[in-house]
Design a protein. Structure first.
Length: 196
């Protein structure tokens, strides 16, 4: 085997090793809620949420080169929409909107995506520092609106929902969403012309 052949095999081996380690990490995380206590499970759950936020922010800032300071605003809007359709009566909304919590999660994500699609073309006209300032202003406006509309959001104390879904199930859903976020981001970055 000559040197060029060895070099062409090395990335494939490296990819397989990364894939094997990733699968092992996901399997180890999947057993966390079943073998640990509630506080460790909560820490791991929060970590999964931050991985999703970090990976998605890296797609915008790291690959697209646009520094967003309002990233959490879309995350928060998706969370509020999920909460509103899980327990609409608490926000004074029609009870016909009520849906199971596992259905409300993708609905919240879809709502956040629609908001981003509406606001995105306006924000992406800005570049560099102006984009960062624009996204920061957007986040501040959304925060003020959410704090002001206490009947819908609970104000500074937040919006609590009642759920009969087991914490273990929610952890597995969060793990699945994290894996999906990482996989989709990886495919997006691999499909870009720069990665060829």
């Amino acid at each position: 085997m000559n040197a060029p052949e060895r070099r062409s095999d090395e990335p494939k081996f490296g990819y397989r090793r990364i894939l094997a380690v990733s699968v092992l990490v996901v399997l180890l995380l999947a057993v966390v809620p079943f073998v640990t206590n509630a506080s460790i499970t909560e820490i791991a759950f929060t970590g999964l949420v931050f991985v999703m936020l970090g990976v998605s922010w890296n797609l915008l800032a790291g690959y697209a080169g646009q520094i967003s300071l309002g990233h959490a605003a879309f995350f928060g809007m998706g969370a509020f929409v999920s909460a509103w359709v899980t327990t609409p009566a608490r926000a004074g909304l029609p009870t016909s909107l009520e849906m199971p919590i596992l259905v409300s999660l993708p609905v919240g994500g879809l709502a956040a995506a629609i908001i981003a699609l509406v606001i995105g073309p306006i924000m992406f006209r800005l570049r560099g520092h102006y984009f960062a300032i624009g996204t920061l202003a957007l986040a501040a406006i959304i925060q003020l609106l959410m704090l002001d509309q206490r009947q819908f959001t609970g104000g500074s104390t937040g919006y609590y929902i009642d759920s009969d879904v087991l914490p273990e199930v929610m952890f597995i859903v969060a793990l699945f969403a994290t894996v999906l976020t990482v996989a989709v981001t990886y495919q997006i970055t691999r499909s870009s012309p720069d990665s060829q």
